[in-house]
Design a protein around this ligand. Structure first.
Ligand code: IVH
Length: 676
């Protein structure tokens, strides 16, 4: 075996540290610091060192997480202490009753201290560490016997292969939950989709499917994570024996991932506060939870309370209302959106999902209906997460009735009867009638009035329906011609609300150029692009006259957006509406955001020399110019920066002799992204 030079050994130690630190930051702190590509680079460097110097390899190196040869079956393992389950509480009353039983069981007075944690929505596992080294990991199975999935668990970057610290316990059985983070789940599904493979219904299924693989290399290719929530059997003096919360702290000190969302609270009020807090934050957590878990914190008290029929009396899972339910597809309607896009929407037998009654769910587009194979009459799983529009997750094929019917996109717009078109590479079918289609007109008005656009309070869909159906408003300009008398004649519109609405419309006249551009509802122009356009052009007239080439000078505006914008303003009808609105008093501070002067590199002159590692010269030039900078051919005292690549020419020497600032590619990129 080749001798390992000291510097190489030190490098390997450093690499391992850096890789483990990145793992911890990604999975435990939810604060990734290394881009994937950089992580992969470090990982490959370590793999390379270990293969050149086999003496370097250790059983707990991160490179051992790549999976091993496939198994023919999983071995069965008996759990040293059984893995029980929790009783559920589905309402606050049940939580109050739980706390009462706990207090009665303890015969103490006063409030009980509870350790509270998220209820992770994944799969339970038991991890055995022997003298600090990861020895075995098993699924829950029936609670008494599970399957040995050690090889698979080894591939989890969040799982320490060796515990931290000098005084590790002789034996430690850690209980926890294996999960897939929401972002990793989405990435996996995107990949599955691209490969034409089956997508997973939710992170839990993805985690389960990935962990129970006989080929651990498959598990390694899926990003799974883990949170520890308790202990099984253990030996050693170092393990706290007084409180559950202290045991979790201890697990964290040993390097195990423990959720930062854990707390210790007092009494029912404390439980209530935690529940509502987590419910509110649920959607923004990086992983799925289906409730919270309350555990009596003092371990002596836990023992006192004991178990009843395989569930502890000292703990309970307070579940959130489920976000997924089953129901039947009564029909598939087609809705027409602001840009004429036809969206199939499943009409559902009403079902309560996460506490809200759901009667329809989007199916996105025709391909999606085919891919998910949704038929009218099918039983489907619908999901509603946070504020997002409910969607159909999948079909329960076994329940398809004989009379189920397939869906076809209509050839005519269901609202105005005009021709429907679907571009060759497009997923979306559109009504070709533009603003002549009442559905598009209504959506355009709603968008125009929306909070982030012109912000006209009180102009909701019922009102817009009436305004369009009675022919009172044809386009956004029409809003500024409405009067109290016309409005008061509408359904559910008293004199007072008519005045309020008029006031809101009047108020919206004073806006900003960015909001106005966004409000026009140009295809492919979202809020950010509208802001970029406003900042770059400074005035509406300049934007109105810009051709596609000029539009592409705006950073982040590519050919597709440029074409949409140019097409929109070429249309006389649209120009006319814009003109009318300005006449009717819509205005914004003139030149306030006047572009060029405010662009980050305005007034700076650059000279490029040599070959940059990634950017072609034209690209670099374009990037500098779209941010307001100038690229000159020769170096002078007026040059602000010289960007130097490989094999630079005489410009490099000139820059040095004139003392002009030098940049390499990375420096340039930092400057371009405003980091410097
Ligand atoms: S403690 C005696 N804590 O929920 C049971 N379980 O039915 C001790 N779970 O299969 C379990 N998050 O996989 C506990 N913070 C948490 C949990 C949690 C999720 C799962 C666990 C178990 C099921 C309980």
């Amino acid at each position: 075996m080749p001798q390992v030079p000291k510097s190489v050994a030190a490098r390997a130690v450093r690499l391992r540290k850096e890789i483990e630190r990145a793992n911890f930051r990604y999975y435990v702190l939810d604060a990734p610091t290394l881009p994937d590509a950089e992580y992969d680079r470090l990982f490959r460097e370590l793999q390379d060192l270990e293969s050149r110097y086999p003496a370097l390899a250790t059983p707990d190196s991160p490179t051992s997480r790549v999976g091993a040869a496939p198994l023919t079956e999983f071995a069965q393992v008996a759990h040293a202490t059984p893995m029980l389950s929790l009783k559920n509480a589905l309402s606050e009353a049940e939580v109050v009753a739980f706390d009462r039983r706990v207090r009665e069981g303890l015969e103490g007075d006063g409030e009980v201290e509870y350790a509270v944690e998220p209820k992770f929505d994944g799969l339970a596992v038991s991890l055995t560490y022997e003298r600090g080294a990861f020895a075995m990991g098993a699924t829950r199975g029936d609670g008494y016997t599970g399957e040995d999935v050690s090889a698979n668990l080894r591939t989890l970057r969040a799982l320490p292969l060796r515990l931290r610290g000098d005084e590790v316990p002789g034996l430690l059985e850690v209980r926890g939950e294996v999960m897939m983070l929401k972002r990793d789940f989405e990435a996996l599904n995107r990949e599955q989709h691209a490969k034409g493979d089956r997508e997973f219904a939710n992170p839990r299924n993805a985690a389960a499917g990935s962990l129970r693989q006989l080929d651990s290399r498959v598990t390694a290719s899926r990003r799974l994570t883990l949170f520890a929530y308790g202990l099984g059997r253990f030996t050693g003096a170092g393990v706290p024996r007084d409180r559950h919360s202290r045991q979790l702290d201890y697990l964290e000190e040993l390097g195990l991932p423990v959720s930062r969302e854990r707390r210790v609270v007092r009494g029912v009020n404390g439980l209530r506060g935690y529940y509502h807090d987590m419910e509110r934050r649920r959607a923004s957590l990086p992983f799925q939870i289906d409730g919270v878990v309350y555990k009596v914190d003092a371990l002596r008290r836990q023992d006192q309370l004991g178990y009843v029929s395989r569930a502890p009396r000292f703990a309970v899972a307070h579940k959130f209302p489920p976000e997924e339910e089953m129901t039947q597809v009564l029909g598939i309607d087609v809705q027409v959106g602001r840009t004429g896009a036809l969206t199939p929407v499943a009409r559902l037998a009403p079902v309560s999902v996460g506490g809200v009654t759901v009667t329809n769910a989007t199916l996105h587009n025709e391909d999606e209906v085919r891919r998910k194979d949704v038929h009218i009459g099918d039983t489907v799983i619908v999901r509603r997460a946070g504020d997002v529009i409910p969607e159909v997750v999948g079909v329960v094929r076994e329940r398809r009735p004989k009379h189920a019917r397939a869906f076809h996109m209509p050839a005519q717009c269901p609202v105005c009867g005009s021709r429907v078109e679907r571009g060759e590479d497009e997923a979306i079918a559109r009504c070709t009638a533009g603003l002549y289609c009442p559905a598009q007109r209504k959506q355009a008005l709603l968008h125009f009035a929306s909070r982030r656009a012109m912000d006209i309070e009180g102009l909701g869909d019922k009102l817009v329906d009436q305004l369009v159906d009675h022919g009172l408003v044809e386009n956004p300009a029409g809003l500024y011609r409405l009067d109290a008398k016309t409005l008061a004649g509408l359904e559910r519109m008293g004199g007072k609300s008519a005045l309020n609405l008029l006031e809101a419309i009047a108020k919206s006249r004073d806006t900003t150029l960015a909001r106005f551009i966004f409000a026009l509802g140009i295809r492919n122009v979202g809020e950010a692009t509208a802001r970029d356009l406003a900042r770059y052009f400074g005035e509406l007239d300049a934007l109105l006259e810009a051709d596609e080439q000029a539009l592409q000078q705006v950073s982040e505006v590519g050919p597709v957006v440029a074409a949409s914008v140019a097409r929109f303003f070429r249309e006389p009808h649209n120009r006319d509406i814009v003109k009318q609105m300005r006449k009717l008093g819509v205005r914004w501070p003139a030149g306030e955001t006047r572009g060029a002067a405010r662009l980050p590199l305005a007034g700076k002159t650059f000279v490029l020399t040599g070959t940059l590692p990634h950017l072609a010269r034209d690209e670099a030039k374009e990037k500098i110019e779209t941010r307001g900078g100038k690229v000159a051919g020769s170096v002078s005292r007026k040059t602000d920066y010289v960007v130097v690549g490989a094999d630079p020419g005489s410009k490099y020497d000139q820059a040095r002799s004139l003392g002009v600032a030098l940049l390499d590619e990375e420096g340039l990129i930092n400057l371009l992204s405003g980091k410097d």
